[in-house]
Design a protein around this ligand. Structure first.
Ligand code: ATP
Length: 488
């Protein structure tokens, strides 16, 4: 990316962050105390959008697949869970400080950014070489080598502009706290850094009680916590966030077939949501985590470049096997079709609700000039838009508010709608555009005569006259998840 292009992209992110705050989507956490880094709160429209996205994911998983069921496991888990999963020993990121600016960075991210710069300048080979070199050093846990690589590549701190770097150190990302009321009895437990382990430790409970047969999946939505070294890019990298994970348990040997299938299905889901094909790409991992035999990310082109939104991993039998070892409880499944006991292999799909939210927001944000005037609106798919329709009486008198409220009352049980009668109609349209309401329903004098209203469409600003009796059906059709499900 050329420098001025990059500045324009960053400006776009700034606009989106400002818009999110101004119009009730996302605020910095505890803002009156100047906020808390990498922690955010969702406002009135943000929470509606996020809930819609979570419900869409949940229903895609559990309704469209009769072999997937859900659970809701606790955030706190027995501490041995994190020994077994490998998080205590190896959930680390390499960090490095610049001695002049006193800023802290993730060493691997500094190198990845350098590789991206090579790639953007057209030197893909050099980018790949650099990533390979980093992969080798991290694999060998050669942190001094990682530091040398940063220095040899001439990577400078963006704040101080110097290469005055400290050593690279490993930093464990798990938050810990004490459980137990008396100091002597208390023991260290962790805030889960991923929701997946809650699924693994419940594998047999769910399999038995929901009478599932392999292949089957368990889906979960919940909070996860990571003490990320650097807070960057708004809600892209948070210290408290939500994950939507599905672990799919399969017969050993069939995992790569399922992995392929899930990779395709998940990509289709993003497209069905209205994300343009050219803004999505698949990134296959070359360096695999210790538990995986195949892994890929679905990346979206954020204003700051292509970045991971969802990961799809073939996790082998690593987790269940390890829990079997640590708990000394068999984690086996008896497969009646082949008359065999085995520990199933697992294919995981893992997406952050907040990253999905950010992708949806970036994709929806339109700031364009129409007839010399600036127009900003959010073009959410109606099925996920926070507010589906606004009922707007043209004036505050002549019985129009009463008629408007009647329409509002008839629709409110099935749709999240807004009633508003203050300010000019133009201003009210503009306000709805800013929060992405797909339909504005104007009530005027003609409505009193023939029970028709105008529907104004957000994206085109075109208006059409329809009978009130049609409204429910129109909204139900446009806002139904079915329109997305059918494309998956
Ligand atoms: P990254 O490389 O960006 O740190 P990751 O590979 O560690 O991500 P996973 O452990 O695979 O991420 O987590 C699965 C998903 O959870 C990610 O695709 C992302 O959507 C989400 N996620 C992970 N870390 C964060 C975070 N700090 N803030 C928000 N979402 C996150």
């Amino acid at each position: 990316m050329a420098k001025n292009e990059q500045t324009a992209e960053n400006a776009q992110l700034k606009d989106i962050i400002a818009h999110a705050k101004e119009y009730g989507f996302v605020y910095p956490s505890s803002e009156i105390y100047d906020g808390l880094q990498a922690v955010y709160d969702y406002g009135a429209y943000g929470v509606e959008l996020k809930n819609n996205l979570k419900r869409l994911w949940w229903e895609t998983m559990t309704r469209l697949n009769d072999n997937i069921v859900g659970i809701d496991a606790s955030i706190f888990m027995h501490p041995t869970t994190w020994k077994a999963s490998g998080h205590v020993d190896s959930f680390n990121d390499p960090m490095i400080d610049n001695k002049d600016s006193k800023k802290r960075y993730r060493a691997d991210v500094l190198i990845e950014d350098k590789a991206a710069a090579y790639e953007n300048a057209g030197d893909k080979e050099r980018a790949q070489e650099l990533l390979n070199a980093m992969g080798r050093l991290l694999e060998a846990e050669d942190l001094a080598g990682v530091r040398d690589l940063i220095i040899n590549e001439g990577i400078k701190c963006p704040i101080s502009g110097t290469s005055n770097w400290t050593d690279v150190r490993q930093f464990n990302l798990m938050f810990s706290t004490q459980v137990g009321s008396v100091a002597e009895d208390s023991s260290t437990i962790y805030l889960r850094p991923e929701t997946a382990q809650g699924i693994f430790v419940n594998f047999l409970n769910v399999q038995k009680t929901a009478r599932m047969k392999v292949p089957f999946g368990i889906a979960q939505i919940g909070k996860a916590f990571r003490n990320e070294i650097v807070a960057r890019q708004f809600i892209f990298r948070m210290r408290e966030f939500e994950q939507m994970e599905m672990q799919f348990f399969v017969r050993p040997g069939s995992e790569l077939e399922w992995y392929k299938q899930w990779a395709e299905t998940r990509m289709k889901w993003h497209l069905a949501l209205g994300i343009p094909k050219e803004k999505l790409r698949r990134h296959d991992h070359e360096k695999l985590a210790h538990y995986a035999n195949a892994a890929m990310d679905i990346e979206y082109q954020f204003p700051f470049g292509f970045k991971e939104v969802e990961g799809i991993h073939s996790r082998t039998d690593f987790d269940l096997k390890s829990h079997q070892e640590f708990s000394k409880k068999k984690q086996q499944y008896f497969d009646p079709e082949i008359n065999q006991n085995y520990i199933p292999f697992v294919v995981e799909t893992s997406i952050g609700a907040d990253r999905l939210f950010l992708m949806t927001l970036c994709n929806a944000y339109v700031d364009e000039e129409v007839d010399g005037k600036q127009r900003t609106y959010l073009k959410f798919h109606p099925a996920i838009a926070p507010v589906k329709a606004a009922i707007l009486p043209l004036t505050k008198k002549d019985g129009l508010p009463e008629k408007g409220k009647e329409i509002f009352d008839a629709l409110k049980y099935d749709f999240n709608i807004i009633y508003e009668d203050a300010a000019s109609i133009g201003k009210r349209y503009a306000r709805q555009d800013l929060i992405g309401t797909p339909y504005c329903i104007a009530v005027d004098h003609q409505t009193l005569e023939d029970n028709t209203v105008t529907i104004r469409h957000r994206d085109t600003t075109e208006q059409e006259r329809v009978h009130i009796s049609e409204l429910h059906g129109r909204l139900a059709e446009a806002c139904s998840f079915r329109r997305i499900f059918e494309k998956v």
